[in-house]
Design a protein around this ligand. Structure first.
Ligand code: ADP
Ligand code: ADP
Length: 224
């Protein structure tokens, strides 16, 4: 399963060129997109997630032309945006049941199985009865992962999930991502070099809307 991005460009209405003829190929496993604030990480991830259109370029995943067949991609995509979700006042477990229903998992036993599974993977099972609005930032991020895992996506995009987390939360979160990366294609963006060093088998460094270099975390970050 490969994601191939060709000549992707985007200039916003205010004249900012966020993506500048960007080319990138991503294979399976845990891929890190490293770059400072303003590099274009969110723009790239929103574009891959079909939430915004580029001015030009092409994106292919698993035989899907994602800019043309947006719906096909959305069916197999799990996307965690940088902004926290706002949730109704419900327990994590009830909310996940609700989301599972929205995703079309009709059978109650099937829903119970998948909800338990995603709560366990994200290490939230013990706090499943608590209101999500009372969760810490780290728990909310893990809840976001639980939510996107409900439909077993083939491609997972996680935008700067560790921003603002304290060290303990950050470690818990990275551990969850590491586990998910063993059997999913995960693209994960961050401005923290240690995040990609701990987690990724391959990374790319983004700056000024361009990929500067791509390779193993060791080979690409030595100069930083
Ligand atoms: P990053 O995620 O790496 O911080 P972004 O993709 O958010 O980078 O932003 C890249 C550049 O595009 C920045 O200069 C940012 O201010 C600008 N930008 C991002 N989104 C918009 C938008 N909707 N309208 C105008 N400019 C934007
Ligand atoms: P922080 O590191 O700021 O405390 P966390 O998200 O790590 O934020 O956790 C907030 C609180 O909830 C902590 O007291 C933590 O021990 C507890 N907590 C977090 N995840 C779980 C879990 N899966 N099971 C039980 N308690 C948890």
């Amino acid at each position: 399963m490969k994601l191939k991005i060709t000549n992707l460009s985007k200039t916003y209405k205010n004249g900012v060129k966020a993506l500048d003829n960007l080319n990138l190929e991503i294979g399976t496993g845990m891929f890190g997109l490293l770059g400072p604030n303003g590099a274009g990480k969110s723009s790239l991830m929103r574009t891959i997630a079909t939430l915004q259109k580029p001015d030009s370029g092409m994106i292919e995943f698993d035989g899907i032309n994602t800019l043309k067949d947006q719906m096909e991609l959305r069916k197999i995509l799990g996307y965690l945006p940088q902004e926290f979700g706002v949730y109704p006042s419900m327990s994590a477990e009830d909310l996940l049941h609700y989301f599972a229903q929205l995703k079309g998992i009709a059978s109650k036993t099937e829903r119970a199985t998948i909800v338990k599974q995603v709560l366990e993977v994200t290490n939230l099972y013990e706090v499943r009865m608590k209101d999500v609005n009372g969760y810490s930032g780290g728990m909310k991020q893990r809840f976001g992962i639980a939510q996107l895992l409900l439909n077993n996506p083939k491609l997972i995009i996680v935008d700067e999930p560790t921003a603002g987390l304290d060290p303990a939360e950050r470690h818990r979160f990275l551990n969850v991502l590491r586990e998910i990366g063993t059997n999913h294609t995960v693209i994960f963006s961050t401005h923290i070099v240690d995040d990609v060093k701990e987690l990724c088998n391959e990374i790319a460094i983004l700056n000024g809307g361009k990929i500067l270099t791509q390779g193993t975390p060791q080979s690409t970050t030595d100069a930083l």
